[in-house]
Design a protein around this ligand. Structure first.
Ligand code: FNR
Length: 425
């Protein structure tokens, strides 16, 4: 059965009435408190991987601070008694202009990985973008989602055959768009992970889309050389056992065949293609009938090139500040991209969305919808599927109030007029 996105007053009432009985909300409504609570539940490695960014974290700061100069100007005496914040995007009807950003390796915070997120998203009709680095194969998640919308995010690997296979699987799994993430042709310099010496993929985490793929399985038949410089320590043996246990199939069979290690090595050698250029996009265009969106665009000229390449949408994003330290905040990049695109395709905004006001500001600056990232992972860590549902309901309620209290009864009423740019910014 589909949960409803309760109206904001219902959500508030539920929380306050529970408060009378001494019951606190399932997860904190304040985004910083949510992160702090989740941190206490997570291993240091998981927290570092999820919360961390590139270098000194300047881009993550820019993603948040970038909202500040844009101030909302609420308008009065507009009838907002009947509110409808549904919208349509690439032929899909959404209950609100929100999607779940693709986030890999969710098994780090929940044993069932992506599944509780897929169930939560489907229960609310909010689209989930399956990550190429998911912990659960897309087919398994899709099977839990009925006809609820999902998209697939692609990392363009060194094997075009694998790219085609992933995209075809996404089509068969009922995904309604392909998102190509462009900003991760190499892994950013992530100091928190480096200082812990921790990369989940080496433990066989976050490679479920690959090991479930027939082309990848075939490619595994040409094994890669061992990774250099590993010492046989207690930790290394433990990691090998964990990897072998997590791999599909029987533990002893996996240990004998060495398939888990072979898969990790193959993944490392294939996962991204730094040689990718604009010309390659025609290949993808020719291999799918789904709309293709580019994620990671920050420069207006790149947005124009995306249009020239026949892309169907753009996601303005800096990968949550995980790739380039000192990059501009995504919200700062949004107006330039919106102007370059001039309404020809939808522009989505991702990186730094935490509140309903953030959503409203992004929409007022011309975004068609936004993607929610880390907060849903924190909610998953704290309370599984129910936590993700709560996080989405909190954000939806916050958005509803931001809209209603600035005088907008529907998405169409949002305009740049709602924003004031703080002097000197
Ligand atoms: C990501 N992101 C990401 N993006 C993508 O295209 N494919 C992926 O597999 C992942 N994996 C991933 C893991 C983790 C732990 C994080 C935090 C992020 C980036 C993600 O889609 C999104 O761009 C950011 O999360 C947005 O930043 P905020 O709003 O979460 O800070």
């Amino acid at each position: 059965m589909r949960n409803t996105l309760f109206t904001a007053p219902d959500v508030q009432r539920g929380i306050y009435v529970n408060g009378l009985a001494g019951i606190r909300p399932l997860i904190p409504t304040d985004p910083d408190a949510l992160e702090a609570a989740a941190r206490r539940r997570m291993s240091p490695e998981a927290y570092a991987y999820i919360a961390g960014g590139a270098g000194t974290g300047l881009t993550m700061t820019a993603n948040r601070r970038g909202f500040d100069p844009h101030q909302l100007v609420p308008r009065m005496l507009r009838d907002v008694s009947v509110r409808d914040y549904s919208t349509s995007l690439l032929g899909m009807n959404l209950p609100l202009p929100l999607l779940l950003a693709p986030i890999g390796v969710l098994e780090m915070v929940h044993p069932a990985g992506d599944l509780p997120v897929a169930r939560a998203a489907a229960s609310l009709g909010i689209p989930m973008i399956f990550s190429n680095q998911a912990s659960v194969p897309m087919e398994t998640c899709a099977a839990e989602m009925g006809d609820s919308p999902r998209w697939f995010q692609l990392y363009w690997s060194k094997s075009d055959e694998l790219v085609v296979s992933l995209v075809q699987r996404a089509e068969r799994a009922g995904c309604r768009a392909i998102v190509v993430t462009l900003d991760t042709t190499l892994l950013g310099w992530r100091t928190r992970d480096l200082d812990l010496g921790y990369l989940p993929f080496l433990q066989g985490r976050g490679i479920a889309q690959y090991v479930a793929d027939p082309v990848f399985r075939r490619l595994m038949e040409q094994p890669e050389p061992a990774l250099p410089g590993r010492n046989v320590t207690f930790q290394a043996i433990r990691a090998l056992i964990g990897l072998t246990r997590r791999f599909p199939g029987s533990f002893w069979g996996n240990l004998r065949s060495g398939a888990p290690l072979t898969a990790v090595r193959k993944f490392i050698s294939l996962y991204s293609r730094p040689s990718l250029t604009w010309d390659d996009l025609a290949f993808l265009r020719a291999h799918t009938r789904l709309p293709v969106l580019l994620k990671g665009i920050l420069h207006p000229d790149d947005a124009r090139r995306a249009l020239d390449a026949g892309m169907d949408g753009i996601i303005v994003s800096n990968h949550g500040g995980r790739q380039v330290d000192g990059a501009l905040g995504a919200i700062e990049a949004l107006p330039g991209v919106v102007a370059a695109v001039a309404g020809r395709v939808p522009v989505l905004m991702d990186s730094g969305i935490r509140t309903g006001a953030d959503m409203l500001k992004a929409l007022a600056l011309g975004a068609s919808a936004v993607c929610l990232g880390r907060p849903y992972v924190y909610a998953l860590a704290l309370a599984g599927q129910a936590g993700v549902v709560a996080a989405l309901q909190h954000l939806a309620a916050d958005f509803e109030l931001a809209m209603a209290l600035t005088g907008c009864a529907g998405i169409r009423e949002i305009s740049p007029d709602l924003l004031h740019r703080r002097a000197g910014q």
